[in-house]
Design a protein around this ligand. Structure first.
Ligand SMILES: NC(=O)c1ccc[n+]([C@@H]2O[C@H](COP(=O)([O-])OP(=O)(O)OC[C@H]3O[C@@H](n4cnc5c(N)ncnc54)[C@H](OP(=O)(O)O)[C@@H]3O)[C@@H](O)[C@H]2O)c1
Length: 255
């Protein structure tokens, strides 16, 4: 295969959780631009429908579904609907995520649980359900969206211990699953983005713009294209010998 064929995703089927807006939407667009058919799921179905409609203009097929990644029955429905519509699942991007800011001493159990259940348990549940299908196919690509917050702690101005713990968990979950499912020809990798302005991060970025920028060697935040290449690489045959990796996309923040 030449290198263009290695990156080509024509006819592949990808599920992107939280694919309606933000980084999930950006990665979905990247995969669609390389020819993949897309299943977008999140709690607010209308936003998935809007994104799906936009992506169809790229000439691919799409499906928009409501799903809370904390709910195993919702996840099963997404997997079933994808199989009914497309008959295969080649790529899963576990992107849906949330955060909660509060000092450790004041963080309530339900706030901690919401973050861990969405970011970490949701990643486990989706990987388990879709993984069973990928095992049957003897191929698959799972991409878990971690964060540079999963690589290290943060200074006391940034209080989101559940988020850090969940993303650290996503990274080691990725590595262990890569060890477990290599025999099934399933590559499991993770992307650790730095700061990208989205619904989730906008307020923090606005409040701390200059402080954050000083920590980023490239001197800017991530933009609407910066994650596409990483997602396409890890979703395509170009990464067939890469598994258990954490691909950091942060402008050098963690260098
Ligand atoms: N932005 C950054 O700077 C940054 C940096 C590092 C990592 N990340 C990670 O990147 C991922 C995407 O974040 P983002 O910045 O794009 O945030 P965002 O714009 O707030 O988007 C979050 C997405 O996740 C969905 N979602 C949230 N909870 C869900 C649930 N329980 N079930 C299903 N879908 C759910 C949301 O849709 P609904 O609300 O409709 O469910 C939305 O589609 C997250 O995992 C985040 O931790 C972001």
């Amino acid at each position: 295969m030449n290198v263009k064929q290695l990156f080509d995703l024509t006819g592949r089927v990808a599920i992107v959780t939280g694919g309606s807006i933000g980084l999930g939407r950006q990665m979905a667009e990247g995969l669609a631009e390389m020819g993949a058919n897309l299943v977008l799921c999140a709690r607010k179905k209308e936003r998935c429908q809007q994104a799906a409609e936009d992506l169809r203009k790229l000439g691919v097929k799409t499906l928009a579904l409501a799903c809370d990644v904390k709910n195993p029955a919702d996840i099963q429905q997404v997997a079933d609907a994808t199989m009914t519509q497309f008959g295969r699942i080649d790529i899963l991007i576990n992107n849906a995520g949330t955060s909660w800011g509060a000092p450790v001493e004041e963080m309530r159990l339900e706030q901690w649980n919401k973050v861990i259940e969405t970011n970490l348990t949701g990643t486990f549940l989706f990987s388990q359900t879709v993984g069973k299908i990928m095992i049957g196919q003897h191929r698959g690509k799972i991409i878990n969206i971690a964060s540079v917050a999963g690589l290290r702690g943060a200074s006391p101005e940034f209080q989101a211990i559940g988020y850090h713990a969940s993303k650290g968990g996503v990274i080691i979950f990725t590595k262990d699953l890569a060890c477990k499912w290599g025999i099934h020809n399933i590559q499991v990798n993770s992307i650790a983005p730095g700061w990208f302005p989205t619904n989730m991060s906008q307020v923090l970025i606005e409040r701390n713009k200059d402080t954050f920028l000083k920590t980023i060697p490239l001197g800017r935040f991530g933009n609407e294209n910066d994650l596409k290449g990483a997602a396409v690489f890890l979703a395509s045959a170009a990464s067939d010998f890469v598994t258990g990796h954490v691909l950091v996309v942060d402008g050098g923040q963690s260098a």
